[in-house]
Design a protein around this ligand. Structure first.
Ligand code: ADP
Ligand code: MG
Length: 246
């Protein structure tokens, strides 16, 4: 296949523009006495400014897919592409750099470092990327926290914050390096309904107002329906991929 044909195919998959993040024939098998297939032959192209729900029953491979898209795990076969560039043959350092600059993560449990303040947690990915001075990092971290309604909590440790506040700090951390893609695994899964709604609205705003692409795993179908596209997994494979009008 020539390069131009490859591009055409990729364009078609994303409905026009080059995908921002794409899985091509991605299979992940865990080796063991009994090998386990986590996901099988996944083709998924996600473009700019999309809000995608990944749904499916427990054990259907949602987290596995998110980890693969996020370069936190490697496919057994197939590849993940970011901005049209294959990540298959990247060194661990290149992969880490791509993760830091292109992807932000929010998990069900916030995974904030307990001994660090909210601000220090948010500036951590900036420090790892090393593009900004200390003053710039602190200013950006404060700006991000303020934009999520956490200005007065910047110097508190996670244990001094509520569950919803901690999850908003985790979102601020995901935005630290202004990555175009935010990957979220059950981001509202451990929150009460009010905090859950608040975090959902924040993700909605990231797409509508900051131009981000958000891919969120959820088993909450009401929440999924309020996103713009629903990708459904079953036994490690995509069984439906729908775009819903809002
Ligand atoms: N480290 C692991 N060891 C063994 N099995 C695993 C591991 N991680 C995931 N699995 C299995 O792979 C399947 C997919 O898991 P996962 O991606 O976590 O699903 P989901 O997020 O949809 O609940 C499940 O059957 C799960 O039990
Ligand atoms: Mg999961």
């Amino acid at each position: 296949m020539t390069r131009s044909q490859t591009t055409t195919l990729a364009d078609r998959r994303a409905g026009g523009a080059q995908p921002l993040i794409e899985a091509r024939s991605v299979t992940r098998i865990l080796e063991g006495v009994v090998p386990t297939t986590l996901v099988h032959d996944i083709d998924l192209a996600i473009g700019d400014n999309e809000f995608v729900a990944v749904t499916g029953p427990s054990g259907s491979g949602k987290s596995s897919l998110l980890y693969l898209l996020g370069l936190l795990d490697l496919p057994t076969s197939g590849e993940v592409r970011i901005h049209g560039k294959s990540t298959a043959h990247m060194s661990e350092a290149e992969r880490a750099y791509t993760r830091l600059s292109e992807l932000g993560f929010v998990f069900q449990f916030h995974f904030l470092l307990p001994e660090f303040s909210a601000l220090q947690n948010v500036t951590l990915p900036m420090r790892a990327l090393g593009r900004l001075s200390r003053e710039e990092m602190d200013a950006r971290g404060l700006m991000l926290l303020a934009s999520l309604g956490l200005a007065e909590h910047a110097h508190k440790r996670p244990d001094q914050l509520s569950g919803g506040q901690r999850q908003r700090v985790a979102v601020a951390r995901a935005l630290a390096n202004d990555a175009p893609v935010i990957l979220a695994d059950e981001p509202t899964g451990s929150l009460d309904s009010k905090s859950s709604e608040q975090v959902f609205q924040i993700l909605r705003d990231l797409v509508d107002e900051r131009g981000k692409t958000v891919v969120a795993v959820t088993h909450d179908l009401d929440l999924a329906r309020r996103m713009d596209r629903q990708v459904e997994l079953m036994d490690g494979a995509i069984v439906s991929d729908k775009r819903a009008g809002r």
